[in-house]
Design a protein around this ligand. Structure first.
Ligand code: NCD
Length: 338
């Protein structure tokens, strides 16, 4: 049986004939990763997160190609991407291959039976029979949780709508741990805090580390109030502003994000806010010398190219860290590492 914890979901599972079972308490007493879905950061304790980061660190030489591994020999990972992706899809592919596993790629949605009107539930039921694990990216909020109800293999959420992107968060935490520090961290998240799933997931995880958070956005793109309330309930110190200049000297990590054009109901609204925040060489003159800049990528205009050559820029290294993290997640979910 595949396990998952339930939380809020915007999709009606029952419509597709799901038997909705609550498995919320299965992991309270002991850490277990085998056959476990990775849907939301809310499903993981700090101890579990730290264990996954430790596992990734051990796998880093394999991710770099310096050591060889056959841990996933005979295993097949299916990649179902219903939204564009470069890093998430390719780093999962590299992760599986570096561990000796094979990849089954749905390819373009246009070429699949989704175009004939097949629903996600049926697609998941069928791919579960072909592969040992499914990585899913989908534009609908709650789709990964729904897929987990129909899968007979573990589902890893590669991003669903504007809600969750847990594997990105694992790699963001890993980057912060490797390039800065997770304890006593002062982070600013900037850009599209309304629609950005990466920052939504990251906030949940960092609240377990007691991180001081500053949210920088134009008023139209503020962090959703449910998330702010959640963090306040957990006694997390939060500051909100629309100015990078105001906070640049007081942070260890600046997590920049792209304005998510595809999630705006009204394209004119996007045009109004798309260039409101930008990291430039000038802005960085007042930064702490140890400041690290992260970005999940792709970037559009929000970081000027001159920043790339500064020691602050860690976003390309961050993209590499996706490989050991996704190796760890694959190996743990398929039970080849305990
Ligand atoms: C992010 C995503 O898909 O949410 N990209 C990624 O996975 N690295 C961020 C984005 O698209 O802006």
């Amino acid at each position: 049986m595949v396990h998952g914890r339930s939380s809020g979901c915007l999709i009606n599972f029952k419509k597709f004939g799901a038997k909705v079972i609550s498995l919320g308490t299965l992991y309270e007493s002991r850490m277990s990763y085998k056959n476990r879905h990775v849907i939301s950061m809310k499903d993981f304790s700090r101890k579990e997160i730290d264990y996954i980061l430790d596992t990734a660190e051990k796998l880093e030489p394999v991710a770099r190609g310096e050591e060889r591994s056959r841990l996933l020999d005979g295993k097949i990972v299916a990649l179902l991407f219903f939204e564009p992706s470069t890093r998430t899809r390719l780093s999962f592919e590299v992760a599986a291959q570096r561990l000796g596993g094979q990849v089954l790629n749905l390819g373009s949605v246009e070429a699949s039976s989704v175009m004939k009107g097949e629903n996600l539930a049926d697609t998941i039921r069928v791919i579960s029979k072909y592969a040992d694990l499914i990585v899913l990216r989908h534009p609908l909020d709650g789709s990964a949780r729904m897929a987990a109800e129909f899968a007979s293999v573990p589902i890893i959420n590669g991003g669903d709508g504007s809600v969750h992107h847990p594997t990105q968060t694992f790699l963001d935490l890993y980057t912060i741990r490797r390039e800065s520090h997770l304890d006593d961290l002062r982070i600013a998240m900037a850009g599209d805090l309304k629609y950005g799933r990466t920052v939504h997931s990251l906030c949940h995880a960092l609240s377990l580390y007691g991180t001081e958070m500053t949210f920088v956005s134009p008023p139209e793109l503020k962090m959703p109030s449910e998330i702010v309330r959640d963090l306040q309930k957990n006694k997390i110190s939060i500051k909100e502003t629309d100015s990078l200049e105001e906070i640049i000297g007081d942070i260890d990590v600046l997590y920049m994000t792209r304005v998510q054009r595809e999630r705006f109901p009204d394209p004119e609204e996007y045009e109004k806010v798309k260039n409101k925040l930008k990291i430039t060489g000038d802005l960085l003159k007042n930064a702490d010398p140890n400041l690290k800049i992260l970005h999940p990528l792709p970037r559009v205009n929000e970081i000027s190219p001159e920043v790339d050559a500064t020691p602050h820029a860690r976003y390309f290294q961050q993209a590499f860290y996706g490989v050991p993290i996704r190796m760890a997640l694959l190996a743990l979910a398929m039970g080849v590492i305990e």
